[in-house]
Design a protein around this ligand. Structure first.
Ligand code: SF4
Ligand code: SF4
Length: 428
């Protein structure tokens, strides 16, 4: 494990919650301020405002790796022209780039590699491989070397086992590979990413066995107890029902433990479904839903930085504007609450999986819902269709099913059968 000293972090104060001066009246006033944006139509970043740039850089645990608080996610890098997005992000001070061997069937790594040619010394890179127990250490080394070729580099800063949801994937072959790759200087830090139902179990195992230097995990404002406390205290009679069903209830505790032990903590899926376009009418420049969500998650003292898919120059500017922008305030809280309210009963909880065993046909409901999110919320239909084709048991069986077995399986009240059938029609 890396043993570089832990980075000093900016002092943070707790987000608004019980015990702060956030009264319900103040909250409603803030909600009203958000509503004003509807009348003015002001929502997107204003072209007349100065170009934003990264304002906060942090040490990633004890790895010795410095990252911006907001990093570039390459999940949707698809075409050669997307190199321009990488250059735009660099111009804005984004110097950490997150990718994976499997993103866009390898194209994301290659596009990133070409875009970063000649600038490797200015940046740090994470890439990932979905290692399973059957993969030998030698096979995993070959996959790393393929990623290095794609990225046109001889090392990556962080190499992760991708989307781990089973401790067997952190077994002897993976450990032998990761240790050797680090000794050979091909990777600086060993990591694990995850977003699925057994994430907490896998994180705990990795911490107990001292297996990783960095985590990248799905984590959003709705998973922080302080956020839920704020809503309960100030909004319980304003919005009748909010989607604050706990998923991954142990995540805050494990993130805090990781941070305390010097393991770097990066987070993703911070927008809780990224239905940003539902929110545009309530936003104003410098005060968008995504910026509020970033402020909230970055105010968690155990979180080092976040990764977000950057799909347009406007989105990059909007995201980067949130860098180092301080604590979330009342107006942010109102935006986040409004987002939850708008998505009650239609938004699948990332990392939940409570419905997983409800289907007698074995439909992989959480994965079907995730592909739906890629299609409708991320607005990435090509990627969604491609990934849907990889789902072992997709929603084909739902077309001829009554829907009774899964009808009450979702604690958030999702109409699983209806959503699954619609998803199959869209993506099959
Ligand atoms: S609709 Fe039927 S087949 Fe589809 S997930 Fe529900 S129980 Fe399974
Ligand atoms: S459909 Fe409901 S129960 Fe299933 S993973 Fe999503 S939120 Fe959880």
């Amino acid at each position: 494990m890396a043993d570089a000293p832990e980075a000093p972090r900016a002092q943070t104060t707790p987000p608004p919650g019980p015990g702060t001066d956030l009264t319900r009246r103040a909250f409603l006033r803030a909600s009203g301020a958000v509503g004003t944006a509807v009348a003015t139509g002001a929502a997107r970043p204003d072209a007349a405002r100065p170009a934003p740039s990264i304002r906060n850089r942090v040490q990633l645990g004890r790895t010795g790796i410095e990252i911006p608080d907001i990093s570039f996610g390459s999940f949707s890098l698809e075409a050669d022209a997307d190199e321009a997005l990488v250059h735009h992000a660099l111009d804005r001070g984004v110097t950490h780039f997150d990718t994976a061997e499997g993103y866009t069937e390898g194209r994301a790594e290659k596009i990133l590699g070409r875009a970063l040619q000649g600038r490797r010394d200015e940046v740090t890179i994470t890439t990932k491989y979905w290692a399973v127990p059957e993969n030998s250490a030698a096979h995993q080394m070959k996959m790393l070397e393929q990623s290095l070729r794609h990225l046109k580099t001889d090392y990556v800063d962080i190499y992760m086992n991708h989307a781990v949801n089973d401790v067997d994937r952190l077994g002897e072959e993976w450990q032998a590979f990761a240790t050797r790759a680090k000794e050979e200087g091909k990777i600086r830090a060993i990591g694990m990413s995850g977003h699925a139902p057994r994430l907490a179990q896998c994180m705990e195992y990795a911490l107990d066995q001292s297996l990783v230097d960095v985590f990248l995990v799905a984590y959003s404002f709705a998973q922080q107890p302080s956020f839920k406390d704020s809503l309960k205290a100030y909004l319980s009679d304003w919005l009748p029902s909010l989607d604050i069903v706990a998923s991954q209830a142990r995540l805050p505790e494990l993130i805090a433990r990781a941070h305390g032990e010097g393991v770097g903590v990066m987070v993703m899926k911070t927008l809780k479904g990224a239905r940003m376009n539902d929110m545009r009418a309530f936003e104003r420049p410098g005060r968008t839903f995504s910026q509020a969500a970033f402020r909230w998650v970055l105010s968690d003292p155990s979180v080092d930085g976040l990764v977000i898919s950057m799909t347009s120059t406007d989105a990059i500017d909007e995201f980067v504007e949130a860098s180092g922008s301080g604590e979330p305030d009342r107006e942010d809280l109102a935006l986040l609450a409004r987002y939850l309210a708008k998505n009650v009963g239609t938004s699948c909880l990332i990392g939940c999986g409570d419905c997983a065993s409800s289907c007698p046909a074995g439909v992989e409901i959480p994965d079907v819902m995730r592909m739906r999110m890629y299609d409708l919320d991320y607005r990435q239909p090509t990627i969604a269709r491609r990934e849907y084709a990889q789902v072992g048991r997709n929603a084909l069986a739902c077309l001829s099913c009554s829907g009774t077995p899964c009808a009450t399986a979702c604690p958030s009240g999702l109409d699983i059968a209806g959503l699954a059938r619609d998803t199959h029609h869209r993506l099959a």
